[in-house]
Design a protein around this ligand. Structure first.
Ligand SMILES: NC(=O)C1=CN([C@@H]2O[C@H](COP(=O)(O)OP(=O)(O)OC[C@H]3O[C@@H](n4cnc5c(N)ncnc54)[C@H](OP(=O)(O)O)[C@@H]3O)[C@@H](O)[C@H]2O)C=CC1
Ligand SMILES: O=C(O)[C@@H]1CCC=N1
Length: 267
């Protein structure tokens, strides 16, 4: 069994660790986690019986190291671990704006590395992640990494140049989806539904609609039309949402997200 190490265990790292442990991909002896404030992880180690240690120990003892720290910390953290990681370690880079080439340059050698873009639904085994492998990863390396990402959801291999596109539609999108869900619940509360019921109806409508699109393979416009009765209620909502710029708000928000990713890559 390979040992998986996480350096940084905040929002994204923790979602991945929880997803991996819930799926029993490794036992607690093969999961080592470090964090700037390790005391924040005591509950995690109690639930999943995994090791909480420091960056050095994660680097020395892990076959696969996930760098789940903020992008600006990559240089500093890699400098501190580059001489102590195992020779054939696989480094997983999940940071927005950090490329495979950046990681290789920071290590100063052609370390095996994977550029990945997961999302927080990893916590409930429903992540959708993109992966792009450096050319020195062999088939076994790929299978090991894919097993990690499949333990907490689905994943697809994409060309690294498309990672920012994946970030806007998947890595960052849970934030916009939660905003939509919150707004939908507000709309239902306004009509008198208790808030908890409103969240449950809104979230299940989101899950059901997404599942329907994936399972039927139908165009989302066709599925939308199936809900809009002539002179009915839904078409009134659709017309008002178009008037308020719902779709262009989403598209422009995603463009801003992509632009920020490009800006971060230049630093
Ligand atoms: N959040 C998301 O949905 C997604 C994030 N990402 C990427 O994941 C990475 C992490 O993001 P996110 O989880 O949101 O950030 P968080 O700030 O939530 O987590 C980062 C963690 O790193 C810890 N940390 C800080 N400095 C160090 C250090 N020197 N050594 C070890 N641990 C350290 C922090 O500890 P403490 O809090 O105790 O200071 C914190 O727990 C980013 O690069 C981001 O681009 C990618 C896809 C989605
Ligand atoms: O907001 C961010 O920068 C990170 C990257 C993708 C999701 N969260």
């Amino acid at each position: 069994m390979k040992t998986i190490g996480f350096i940084g265990c905040g929002n994204m790292g923790r979602a991945m660790v929880e997803g991996i442990m819930k799926a029993n991909l490794v036992d607690g002896d093969h999961m080592i986690v470090s964090n700037a404030h390790p005391e924040r992880l005591s509950e995690l180690s109690e639930i999943y019986d995994c090791y909480i240690s420091d960056n050095e120990s994660v680097a020395k003892n892990s076959d696969i190291v996930v760098l789940a720290i903020k992008p600006y910390l990559y240089k500093e953290v890699i400098t501190s671990i580059k001489d102590i990681v195992k020779d054939d370690v696989i480094i997983i880079n999940i940071a927005a704006g950090i490329s495979t080439q950046d990681v290789v340059e920071m290590f100063g050698r052609k370390v095996k590395t994977v550029k990945a873009m997961p999302n927080t639904p990893a916590m409930v085994q429903e992540a959708m992640s993109a992966l792009s492998f450096s050319d020195n990863c062999d088939q076994d390396d790929k299978e090991d990494v894919i097993a990690i990402f499949e333990s907490f959801g689905q994943c697809r291999e994409v060309e690294e140049r498309l990672m920012d596109a994946v970030m806007v539609v998947s890595g960052s999108s849970p934030a916009y989806i939660f905003m939509v869900l919150e707004a939908m619940a507000d709309g239902a509360v306004m009509q008198g539904l208790p808030r908890n019921d409103a969240y449950a109806f809104a979230a299940q409508a989101m899950i059901g609609s997404a599942k329907m699109m994936l399972e039927t393979g139908k165009h989302p416009g066709e599925l939308k039309d199936m809900v809009c009765s002539p002179a009915g209620t839904t078409i009134e909502a659709v017309a008002k949402m178009e008037e308020m710029g719902l779709r262009s708000a989403i598209i422009e928000g995603m463009r801003a997200c992509a632009n920020r990713g490009k800006e971060m890559s230049k630093k």
